[in-house]
Every structure is written in C-alpha cells, then in structure tokens.
Design a protein around this ligand. Structure first.
Ligand SMILES: NC(=O)c1ccc[n+]([C@@H]2O[C@H](COP(=O)([O-])OP(=O)(O)OC[C@H]3O[C@@H](n4cnc5c(N)ncnc54)[C@H](O)[C@@H]3O)[C@@H](O)[C@H]2O)c1
Length: 451
C-alpha cells in the first residue's frame, strides 16, 4: 500500500483511544495520511500483542501498514492516556455494545472522554468515532468540561466510521464519504484538516452526523431482511431467489449490494445500531416500524435455518449437526452477534450435538470445534453452511457424502453448487432455490381467475 499519497491537509499530533477494528484502522490510516498518532489501549492482552508487532484482530493489509508506520515513527502504542499530553486531537474509538434493552452501553465512551479531558494540557478536539445515538456528542462535551482544566478549550466533534470489517484499510483510505458533525466553525476547520481535501466530506451538525451512521446501518439491515423475506416467498412459489433479487438489484435506484438471502445479518454493528435507532426513536415517542420489522425478520431468518434442519432430520434431539462457518461474514475472525451463535445455541438446546469449523473465527459455543471442515462433518447427520467463505464453494460433495452419516446440507449462504451436491446423493436445502414442482399450488388461484 502507498503511504505517501493521499496526504492530510495539515499534519497533526493525534491520540486514538481504543485499538479495535475502528481504532487500529483509523490510527494506521491517519498515520498513513501523514499525521503522528499515539494509540492508547487499556486491554493488557491486546496491548501485549501490539507490542509484539502483531495485531489482536484479523484485517487484510493492516498488519503490514501498522508495521511500516511504526518503523517510520508515525505510530506508537501504549496504555497511558497521559499520551494525550500535547496532542490537539483525540479520537474516541471504544466499544459501544448493546445493553439488554437495546440502548447502547456508553460507559466505555464516557470513561475514555473523561480520561482524555483530565489529561489534556492544551486545547483539545475530542472526536467521537464510535457509533453513538444522537445527542451523545453534546453529552460528551459536558463530561469533558467537567473534567478538563478550566483554562482549556475542549471541542467535541462527531465523525462516524463506515469501514467494513475485512476491507477496513481499503474503506478508510477510499471513503465514499467522510461525515463530520461539529458545533463550531473552528472545530469544522480542524476536522477538515485531518483528511485530504479531495476526499468527499459531508459537514453537518453533530446530531445529524450521529444519526447518519444509525440511519445508514438501519437501511442496510432493512435491505437484508427484505431480501430474506423475498427469498422465503420464492421458496414457497417455486421461484429462484437468486434471479429475482438480481433482477431487483439491477435497478440503480435499488442496487444489488446487501440484497442477498442468508441466515440473517450479524456482526457488531447492524443489529446493535438497528436496536439503537429503535430505542432512540422510542425515547422521543416515535415507533420505528420499518426498523422493528427488519429486526424481527432477522430473528426469523436465523430460525429458518434451524427449522429446515429439524424438518429434514425429523428431530434435532440426538442429531449430529456440523456448522461450517462461524464468523459473521467471510474474511473476518469476528463472531460478535454471528448467526452461528444463535443457530448453535438453539440446536444444542434442542438436544443436537453441534460440531463446528471456521478458518478464522474467534470462539463460538459449539460442542466440538475442528480445524478442518471434513473432520467437522465426520458422522454428521446434517451440515449447515452459515458463512460464505470462498473455500466452501470448493468443498468436495463426494468426500462430504462419504464422511457424513446422513445426507442433509442446509446452504444458508447460497455458496455451493446444489446440482453437484445432489448428484453426490446429498439433499440440499438452500436459501436461493424454489421448490421444484411442475404443477405448483401457486398456479391454482390465477388459474381460477382466468376461468
Ligand atoms: N467493527 C466495525 O466494523 C465498526 C465499523 C464502524 C463503526 N464501528 C463502531 O466503532 C466503535 C468501536 O468498534 P470496534 O469494533 O473497533 O470495537 P472493539 O471492541 O474491537 O475495540 C474497542 C477497543 O477499545 C478499547 N477500550 C475501551 N475503553 C478504553 C479506554 N478507556 N482507553 C483505551 N482503550 C479502551 C477496548 O479494550 C477495545 O480494544 C463501536 O462504536 C462500533 O459500533 C465499528
């Protein structure tokens, strides 16, 4: 990756709080733009990994970029928020996980803001990169004023992050938009200076900026749930969901991204931000009906994987089910809110013995985890494909059929060639295929109307 271009408008000393997907990528990206960046991480294990020159997360291209920038002296890691001493910008990139009631837990953010304000020795611009409900930046400003020295000026800006895990560096360095929300012209000017002039900046107020992130993720969630609902309809009508959704997505007003059926969306963002938007709306007396529907359909889409397995096997009690794919999507080790978590939990609750395989994923509660897909499917009555890893498209159906005890394959991500698997004697239940039937009951009503 080129680290000489593009360049930020003005070089700044920046402190990044939190070395997760967003913090590490933003820190490396900003250092690559020419800034000098210090990263503060309080998790001792994460910090040890970083100090060994490794990364605590899997993200293509990031490890090499971090190493180059560290050698160039533009990126440092530490545990001390005292690193904020002398910096003029502090980026808060800490977690905002969901609470059981759907609202985000903002305690990490509040603590990080208080820490940076307490340690500030000069005027400071605190930038909230974490995803937060509208109004949070106003609240963070009050927290900072309370903690900072009275003679210092502390501004707070919103700058939500839109990177996608598994393409984080690419997304950060080639953004389709950089959204900035500020309360003062001075803060807006300083935020502009962080990024290259040619990047597409959207400057607005803080609450609008915060809401852009929630509203974007909610729309993506709605699109996926809509695709899952249409795919289910296709299954009942004997239509091909792949073709239907491709045809729908070719309309540029709709677009084909996030319009594929699957086991429901997962990951640390969509579900959390969807419930965040629902909770924010409820807080001001509005019922976010479209968002609630997307949430409900997502739970149903996950449940359909279990239903298909149960129907095909007769009972799950005592059945052996192999889950191939545990990460919430291919290309990442992240298992936060992964559909595999839910599916595995329900299968085990109903008495199934669940084995699992994933090339990268972190810990998921399955009964037994294997390092090879064929070991995971040994003696399985059924296999469920839950993450669309490219390697799964190359699974050998004959070897799979010979290794399994049963013959049921639920392809929830539409990755295998159903014809080849069926030719090997396997029964494939996909998300992508209609029920083949020559005289399907669906034609009876139109037939009656034509008489
Ligand atoms: N992961 C994504 O794809 C993504 C994309 C866009 C936005 N976001 C948002 O960005 C935020 C961060 O997400 P993430 O996935 O990077 O989270 P993460 O959990 O991977 O990383 C957060 C890090 O912050 C550290 N931390 C917490 N409090 C700290 C403190 N006071 N000082 C120093 N370090 C501290 C934690 O130890 C952790 O390493 C969330 O609000 C998330 O919704 C995430």
């Amino acid at each position: 990756m080129q680290t000489s271009k593009p360049q930020a408008f003005r070089k700044t000393d920046i402190c990044v709080i939190g070395a997760g997907y967003v913090g590490l990528t933003s820190a490396a990206g900003l250092a690559a733009l020419g800034h000098r960046v210090r990263v503060v991480e309080t998790d001792a294990e994460r910090l040890r990994i970083l100090e060994r020159g490794e990364l605590p997360i899997v993200e293509p291209g990031l490890e090499q970029l971090v190493e180059e920038l560290r050698i160039a002296g533009r990126l440092q890691f530490g545990s001390e928020v005292a690193a904020v001493d002398g910096v003029s910008v502090a980026l808060l990139c800490v977690g905002t996980p969901p609470r059981p009631d759907g609202d985000p837990d903002l305690r990490q953010l509040g603590a990080a803001a208080a820490e940076v304000a307490r340690h500030a020795t000069s005027d400071l611009l605190v930038v909230v990169k974490s995803t937060v409900p509208p109004g949070t930046c106003d609240a963070i400003e009050l927290v900072c004023r309370e903690e900072a020295r009275a003679d210092l000026r502390i501004d707070v800006a919103s700058n939500p992050e839109f990177l996608r895990e598994s393409r984080a560096v690419e997304d950060f360095m080639n953004p389709d938009r950089v959204v900035i929300g500020t309360a003062t012209a001075d803060a807006a000017g300083r935020m502009r200076d962080l990024y290259p002039r040619e990047w597409p900046l959207l400057l607005t107020d803080r609450r609008s900026s915060e809401l852009i992130k929630y509203a974007s993720n909610t729309f993506l969630a709605v699109k996926i749930s809509y695709a899952n609902e249409i795919a289910a309809l296709c299954e009942h009508l004997g239509a091909e969901a792949g073709a239907v959704l491709e045809g729908v997505g070719l309309d540029p007003r709709i677009g084909s991204q996030f319009l594929r059926p699957g086991p429901g969306f997962g990951g640390s963002c969509l579900g959390k931000d969807l419930s965040g938007l629902i909770a924010v709306s409820a807080g001001v007396g509005l019922d976010a009906r479209v968002a609630r529907a997307a949430q409900e359909v997502n739970g149903w889409a996950r449940g359909r994987v279990v239903d298909k397995l149960e129907r095909a096997l007769g009972t799950l009690d005592g059945a052996r089910v192999a889950i191939l794919g545990l990460a919430f999507k291919p290309g990442t080790d992240d298992v936060r809110d992964s559909p595999a978590l839910d599916v595995s939990a329900v299968l085990r609750e109903r008495g199934a013995w669940v084995t699992g395989f994933d090339p990268l994923a972190g810990r998921v509660e399955v009964v037994e985890r294997f390092g090879d897909p064929y070991d995971a499917v040994r003696d399985a009555d059924a296999v469920a494909l839950l993450t669309g890893w490219d390697d799964f498209a190359r699974l050998d159906p004959r070897r799979l059929a010979a290794t399994m005890a049963g013959n049921v394959v639920v392809d929830a991500v539409g990755i295998i060639s159903a014809d080849e698997f069926e030719a090997a004697g396997l029964e494939v239940l996909g998300v992508d295929r209609g029920t083949p039937a020559e005289i399907h009951p669906v034609i009876l009503r139109p037939l009656a109307w034509t008489q």
